[in-house]
Design a protein around this ligand. Structure first.
Ligand SMILES: *Cc1c(COP(=O)(O)O)cnc(C)c1O
Length: 381
């Protein structure tokens, strides 16, 4: 089945009791059993819920995996994956990681004895060089957030395999429509379904997808033992959002291409970060491992001052000033004070995350309206 059909049909069957074409929201905590030890596959709703099962099966299909495991948020999914490590183990992660993921590694897992290194993974040789005896997991984000660097998933998975480390890809920014890391050698895909999968800024949900049963068993165990599960209503909303994933991402990518070009020509903009540009250092890898270049665009201002950035951020009307990304509506954000405020300034500056860097999540509105909105904001500076 092609991706465009999978989003609508994979794992989804009409409800056997009524014929309802939409997956019902099974708002129940428990299931009546036919007899002692005899049930219909569901015993207690932390362990399993039919709405959730459908979403899990659908996500597994979208990522070309075998098992989907859903959690109450993207960070809960990350935590479940991190629990596969033992004290003393080390994780190597992308250096310009999502702020919340960086915080979880450094403020939570460090306390339980997990060590970490943050590496610029756009240089594959650096990843190889930084491998240690205790390196058990590689955590990739690509495109990265907010600098939009590209990491070569295939090359890094190959090195990790040689060294016996698990490769995890946070596929939130690309979505499975643009990129399927399991096909490139990764072991685990993690999602904040809050973003493109849900797509309508109305739900917080996370997921992990794997091919190997041994990984699935570990993740199911943590899902049940820790209990960070999504509710059935949230699973329903995510399923509903996924049905138009391909249409939304395709349009958003088209808009992003136009807006990136517009920004590149703009006299008040000093630099545009967008992997669709030929001169972007990761362009060729992006072309090889992605279907399109995504709908996130970051840019820096000629005047590198927080006060100037603020004027642009407050000057847009169609672009809403908000955290998050991947919804139908366009958002504008200031990584230094919003999504990446938990990363110390010297760390931020090392990757080019200046005080005047602005990040756009391009939605599916008309590109002309979005450019006009930005132009009006630029007139404020
Ligand atoms: C938002 C986000 C997360 C965290 O997901 P939540 O659903 O907010 O917990 C993780 N990784 C990336 C890349 C994100 O954008």
């Amino acid at each position: 089945m092609k991706f465009e059909s999978k989003v609508i049909h994979a794992g989804i069957k009409p409800d056997p009791s009524t014929g309802a074409i939409m997956t019902p929201i099974f708002q129940t905590s428990t299931y009546v059993q036919d007899g002692v030890g005899k049930h219909k596959g569901f015993e207690y709703a932390r362990t399993g819920n039919p709405t959730r099962s459908v979403l899990e099966e659908n996500l597994a299909a979208l990522e070309n995996g075998k098992y989907g495991i859903c959690y109450s948020s993207g960070l809960a999914a990350m935590d479940a994956v991190m629990q596969m490590l033992e004290p003393g183990d080390e994780i190597i992660a992308t250096n310009d990681l999502y702020g919340g993921s960086y915080r979880q590694i450094t403020k939570v897992h460090h306390r339980y004895g997990i060590k970490s290194k943050f590496v610029d993974m756009s240089r594959v040789s650096d990843v190889k060089r930084r491998f240690g005896k205790k390196t058990k997991m590689i955590w990739i984000e690509t495109p990265t957030n907010p600098m939009l660097n590209i990491v070569d998933i295939k090359a890094i998975s190959k090195i990790a395999k040689e060294k016996g480390a698990i490769v995890v890809v946070d596929n939130t920014f690309a979505s499975p429509y643009l990129q399927t890391p399991l096909d490139l050698g990764a072991d685990i895909v993690v999602h904040s379904a809050t973003k493109y999968l849900g797509g309508h800024s109305d739900v917080i949900l996370g997921a992990a997808v794997v091919k190997k049963k041994a990984f699935a068993d570990q993740l199911h165990f943590t899902q049940n033992a820790v209990g960070a599960i999504p509710g059935p209503q949230d699973c329903f909303l995510t399923l509903r959002g996924i049905k138009t994933l391909h249409l939304r991402v395709e349009r958003a990518c088209k808009n992003a291409k136009k807006i990136a070009k517009y920004l590149q020509r703009h006299p008040k903009v000093s630099k545009v970060y967008y992997p669709g540009f030929k001169e972007h250092p990761g362009h060729e890898i992006a072309k090889a491992q992605m279907r399109d270049f995504g709908a996130m665009v970051s840019f820096d201002l000629v005047q590198d001052r927080i006060s100037v950035a603020k004027k642009v951020l407050q000057g847009t009307h169609m672009f809403s000033l908000a955290e998050s990304l991947g919804g139908v509506e366009s958002l504008i954000g200031h990584p230094a004070t919003m999504t990446h405020a938990s990363i110390p300034k010297p760390e931020r500056l090392k990757v080019g995350l200046t005080d005047s860097l602005i990040r756009l999540s391009i939605g599916v509105e008309h590109a002309d309206d979005l450019m006009e909105d930005l132009e009006n904001a630029f007139m404020e500076i």
